[in-house]
Ligand binder design. Structure first.
Ligand SMILES: [Fe+2]
Length: 185
């Protein structure tokens, strides 16, 4: 006979988080359309963010999974709008245009207000790193650098990369992943 226990609140939350993750990815793909580069970038940042979250949450405690996943998926969501409105994808324009788009996607999917606000603050600071320093923000910050450094600093010397890594990474696990990455060794 199959045991039919009610799922624990924690298990239900994780399951809900997984389904919202998938819906957020599909909304992100809708916004980016045929811009495969942006889609792949968001998914690569998500992958690092999930890895760092697992370790940091065990280490330091805390770290809201849905906030981390949503922020990773949506962090660059304003890039096309920035190009359209300002003729530039510069970080400061992305930080203006990203949060309203992220907010409308998350509201449509029924995320709670607290999560929406936190994710929007991360999206609105993800280039400058100002105004917010939560664990969830630091995870997105490091994940974005882990994807961007090998693309933007290809061919840089080991010393230069080491100095950059010392300066930018804000989580222990982010720094550890950088140290063992192929671009650093
Ligand atoms: Fe990014």
């Amino acid at each position: 006979m199959t045991e039919n226990r009610p799922a624990s609140a924690e298990a239900a939350k994780l399951k809900n988080c997984d389904s919202q993750r998938d819906l957020l990815i599909s909304e992100m793909k809708n916004v980016f359309g045929d811009d495969r580069r942006r889609i792949d970038h968001a998914l690569a940042v998500l992958s690092f963010a999930e890895t760092i979250l697992t370790v940091e949450a065990l280490d330091a405690g805390g770290g809201d999974p849905l906030t981390v996943k949503a922020a990773a998926i949506l962090h660059d969501i304003g890039i096309h709008e920035a190009q359209r409105k300002h003729g530039s994808s510069a970080g400061r324009f992305q930080e203006i245009e990203g949060p309203p788009i992220a907010r409308s996607i998350m509201a449509k999917l029924g995320l709670d207000e607290g999560t929406i606000d936190h994710v929007c603050r991360i999206v609105g600071s993800h280039h400058s790193g100002r105004d917010i320093d939560t664990l969830e923000f630091r995870i997105i910050w490091d994940s974005d650098w882990l994807v961007n450094i090998p693309e933007e600093h290809a061919g840089a010397s080991h010393e230069k990369l080491q100095r950059l890594a010392d300066r930018v990474f804000r989580t222990k696990e982010g720094r550890r992943l950088a140290e063992k990455s192929t671009w650093m060794t």
